[in-house]
Structures are given as structure tokens and as C-alpha cells.
Design a protein around this ligand. Sequence first.
Ligand code: YNC
Ligand code: MG
Length: 388
Amino acid sequence: KHKFWETQPVGQFKDAGDTSLPEGPIEPPTPLSEVKQEPYNLPSPYEWTTCDMDSEETCNEVYNLLKNNYVEDDENMFRFNYSKEFLRWALRPPGYYKSWHIGVRAKTSKKLVAFITGVPARIRVRDEVVKMAEINFLCVHKKLRSKRLAPVMIKEVTRRVHLENIWQAAYTAGVVLPTPITTCQYWHRSLNPKKLIDVGFSRLGPRMTMSRTIKLYKLPDQPATPGFRKMELRDVPAVTRLLRNYLCQFVVSPDFDENDVEHWLLPTEDVVDSYLVESPKTHDITDFCSFYTLPSSILGNQNYSILKAAYSYYNVSTKTPLLQLMNDALIVAKKKDFDVFNALDVMHNESFLKELKFGPGDGQLHYYLYNYRIRNALRTSELGLVLL
Ligand code: YNC
Ligand code: MG
């Protein structure tokens, strides 16, 4: 059934529930001298290219490939439209490798027709911190689908990850592959219900009018929590401590240091927003919330072309109730003109989703590890990892 994935060091469906298999790496590392030195072969009309995301021109090509060919919802009404600034941020974290930003071009026209990326991350699984690659942005042009290009791209990124002496990876996908460590659901909180209904993202509830719906989702103009403010550079040490202390309770989470926090969580306009609560009395940083900006193209609507979506990222509450903190996040997202606020049912998110009027989405998001076995699937609340 999975001709490619059956050959890979991932949890196989036939091994589900086999308690004799140990947790941890499935295959040991091989000596670097035994890693294939040449790229895998592509069908002859195509060639490999390393995408330099510092180059305005290359970044534009990647942006356009994804804008036209990346992930759509099941009904093909929306398609992710990652911005160039977002792609630069996502692909250049501390210690990134340019060689992991892999493109495929048509040899004659030089047109970019496929893409896959990795970035390095330290991921903690129970009490072990493992160097991994986070794999993302796998995309094959619509006209080249179902030709088995994806397996070649996955093997090539794996080879380049191995060349850096890294042997594990983490990734998410909307499709079921062998074998998810957990399966999450997206929840959506309307901020601009009229537009969401007009574009078919949501529907008017039974016995609801538009004006009752707008009233239902109305939010205060200002956050309620005293000391709630935007995160600044000087907050990096305190936010790192807060976040490390919080994330250690989950079975799988990133092992963030101060450099990672500066990169991934310090606010970047139209890419990532972070807020914290500074105690007005003690000036302690007690709570934190963040979201990233990922618009979607609206396919074939007369009135609107972009859906502006915020995605819940990492949130920590120690003093402010999480419900109140996230309500303040909704308020600032609304002020920034987002149409919808999305969140997965990971970490403690289930404690606020229903009360803050999030509704369950249809698509599921499956989380995977490569070459690392987890004996039993996790509950979504045991997962402390959000990928972009
Ligand atoms: C997918 N999303 O099952 P089998 S998520 C992984 N992730 O193999 P073909 C996928 N594998 O089942 P197409 C996958 N989708 O026969 C399909 N596959 O064993 C598997 N969509 O290849 C599939 N982006 O080339 C099958 O399929 C084989 O032409 C079929 O290409 C697939 O970024 C794709 O959803 C997804 O652009 C490129 O449909 C194409 O359809 C497309 O014939 C729209 O491929 C965009 C989209 C996926 C977003 C993502 C995470 C990717 C993770 C990849 C795995 C990484 C493993 C770790 C590597 C490093 C290891 C180290 C160390
Ligand atoms: Mg293909």
C-alpha cells in the first residue's frame, strides 16, 4: 500500500501495538563515509538546485511555486499563501543549512517545479534531547503530480540531513502515512464572521442571523490583563526560562535556548506576534502567548482574494488564567485585522477552545517522527510541538 514508506525507518502499521519494540532510534547512524556522496537521480528533464533564500529572485520563485501549488483544503476553496518574509524566517533559524533548501528545476526552462526543506532543531522526546531536521514545504507542481517525484525528494533531503550527522526528523502532514505519533485537529475562532461566511469558510448557524452572529463573536477593544504587552528583545532570557519550564511537561517538545527564542518568538512584523504579562508589582514575566501569520488565497471568490489567519503558536500561563490570556490574544489579533484565529488541540489548548467560541475544523493534522519509534500514540495534550 505504501511502496515508498514501507522501505523507510518509520513506525510501520504492522508493528502497531507491539510492546516488545523499544522506543528510540529505529536504525543506528551509519559512518558519514558511507552516506551517498552524490544526489539521487531525477527523471532526466529535471535537475536539483539549492535555493538561496537570501536571494530576492530565488525567494520569489519559491513564493510563487507555493502560492500556486501548495496545500489546499479538502474542498479546494483555500490555499496557503506563505509570505516571502515568513519563508525567510521559517527557513533561516539558528544553525540552518542552505543545502537543506532543495529545489527541482526543469532543465530547459529553469523553471522551479518542486521544493522541500529542512531546518535543524533540538527536539526532546521524554528525557532525551535529539538533534532533528524539521521537514516542511514539500511541494510538487500540479502538472507533475503522481509521478513518484516526492519519494526522490524525501530521499535527497534525508541524504543531505545525514551529511550533517543528523539521523532523525519531525514533520506534519494532512495525509495518513506510517505512522502518526498523534493526530490533531484544527479549531477556528471567527474574528470577522461576515467575511468568513461570505467566502464560504464558515456558515451561518441554524436559527442565526448575520447580526446575531457578529454580536456572538464581538470582542473588547483592549486586552483585559494588567501588564499585557508586546514581547521585546530584553525579554528573551525571561521568556526562555518560562517556556523551557512549561514545555518540559510534554512528551515531545522543542528544546529552545535563548537564540531559538529570539529567532522563533521575538515579534517580526506580519510573521510572528508575541505578547507577555509583566507583573505590574514585581516586573516578573508570568505569562506568554504567540501566534504566526499565515494567509490563505481564496480560490474563485468575486469579492475577496485573501483570508488573513493567525495560528496559535506557543502559550504559557503561570498567573493569568490561560482562558483570559488567549482571550487577550484574540483581542490583539482582531485589532491587527485577522479574519480568523486557528489553534490545534495540542498542549493545554483544549481548556480554552470551546469557551472562547472556537469551532472544530474538518481537516486533521498528523505528526510524525522519522527514524524514532514511540511505542504508543500520544494524546494531543501530550504534544508540545507546533510546526509551521
Ligand atoms: C506527504 N505530505 O504516500 P507511498 S506536508 C510525505 N508527506 O508514497 P508522488 C507523502 N509523503 O505511500 P505527488 C506526502 N504526500 O507510495 C504524499 N506522500 O509510500 C507520499 N501536494 O509520491 C505518498 N505538501 O510524487 C507516496 O506524489 C508518495 O506527486 C507519492 O507528490 C506529493 O511538507 C506532494 O500537500 C505532497 O505538492 C509533493 O501532492 C504533492 O502527489 C503536493 O507520486 C500539495 O509520496 C502540497 C502538500 C505536503 C505538505 C510537508 C512535510 C513533508 C514530509 C516529508 C517526509 C520527510 C521525512 C523525513 C526526511 C528527513 C529524514 C532524516 C534524517
Ligand atoms: Mg510526482
